[in-house]
Write a protein that binds this ligand. Structure first.
Ligand code: AMP
Ligand code: FES
Ligand code: ZN
Length: 312
């Protein structure tokens, strides 16, 4: 198998593009896909400061690597959730990448450790307040991403969600006709309200397999295991179904998700931004000043409950 572009020996075949690439041409392909995503969704420019949320997995570390190599001003944030060896290993991968690559580009890594603030890891915290671990985790991550982005004055926050993640999420939203979520499922959500960071997903044109190949070819050491809490989740089931379809008909995920984005773009632009109703009811949390629709934001409520339970 030879590279479609330069005809030397190919290292990866991409059936959905009917192409094969050598390492150099594959890296160019990946960078082109990210550049296209950034441009088509008006994500950010070279002068803007980007905060990449890194988990230690292949997608977010590849994203940090790609943005730095493309010349963007990208720092990162890692949230240590305190999930036993999973968190220890993912933390080690993030630190290794930061020391090896990011620092040489002058980039900075921010750290937030759940245990330091909450007095317990995410599993214990969720048990204490009788909530599922993944939703507790979601609240904490969203809050910390937003807090650091605002406090440190980043223009935009980027996550490593890829084509597989977005197609699986779309499938879930369609299966349950979650119209409100469908309206907001965009790879670029503007900072529609003072105090909320703009959120972007520059990897939405690249598949999980392509990002794993990028990480391996570029010697990015990442944690292969999924979070142990995610085992058996609906998202993983949707991904499996889509992978089966993709094997039979290469390009299925891309047609499904990019087709959806195309349809969304023809709708009213307000669909992906906050509505006037949302805007009107948002105000600063009485405890932490982050925007919320209630008096106290869900993060502060959760922390107060955890403290009360721990003290009783
Ligand atoms: P997941 O929901 O685990 O698939 O993660 C989606 C994206 O969220 C990742 O690509 C990262 O950008 C970000 N992310 C997940 N976990 C963390 C974490 N512990 N710290 C910082 N960012 C994270
Ligand atoms: Fe949040 Fe697993 S990453 S519970
Ligand atoms: Zn608050």
């Amino acid at each position: 198998m030879n590279c479609t572009k330069c005809k030397t020996k190919a290292v990866i075949g991409l059936p959905r593009h009917n192409a094969a690439f050598c390492k150099g041409c594959f890296n160019s392909f990946v960078h082109e896909q990210v550049a296209r995503a950034i441009k088509s969704e008006w994500m950010f420019g070279k002068d803007e400061r980007i905060l990449v949320a890194v988990s230690g997995g292949k997608d977010s570390l590849a994203l940090w690597d790609i943005l730095l190599k493309m010349g963007y001003r990208a720092d990162a944030l890692y949230v240590n959730l305190g999930i036993g060896t999973y968190s220890e290993q993912s933390y080690a991968k993030v630190m290794k990448f930061a020391d090896a690559v990011a620092i040489s580009h002058g980039a900075k890594l921010h750290l937030h450790t759940v245990e330091q603030e909450a007095g317990a890891g995410i599993k214990e915290l969720a048990m204490l307040i009788h909530r599922p671990t993944c939703s507790t985790c979601g609240t904490i991550k969203r809050y910390q991403f937003n807090r650091v982005a605002i406090e440190q004055q980043y223009d935009v926050m980027a996550t490593g969600h890829n084509l597989d993640d977005e197609a699986a999420r779309l499938l879930g939203n369609v299966l349950h006709w979650q119209e409100e979520y469908l309206d907001k499922q965009s790879p670029s959500l503007p900072a529609s309200v003072e105090g909320f960071a703009k959120k972007v997903k520059p990897l939405f044109r690249l598949s999980e397999r392509e990002l794993a190949a990028y990480a391996v070819l570029n010697r990015i050491d990442y944690i292969v295991e999924e979070c142990p809490m995610a085992k058996g989740s609906k998202m993983l089931q949707y991904k499996e179904v889509l992978n089966r379809l993709e094997t039979e008909s290469p390009g299925t995920k891309q047609t499904f998700y990019l087709g959806f984005l195309d349809k969304q773009s023809k709708k009213q632009p307000a669909a992906t931004t906050m509505t006037e109703k949302d805007r009107a009811v948002l105000h600063p949390c009485a405890s932490c000043s982050q925007p919320t629709t209630a008096d106290i934001c869900s993060y502060c409520k959760m922390m107060a409950r955890a403290k009360a339970h721990a003290a009783s």
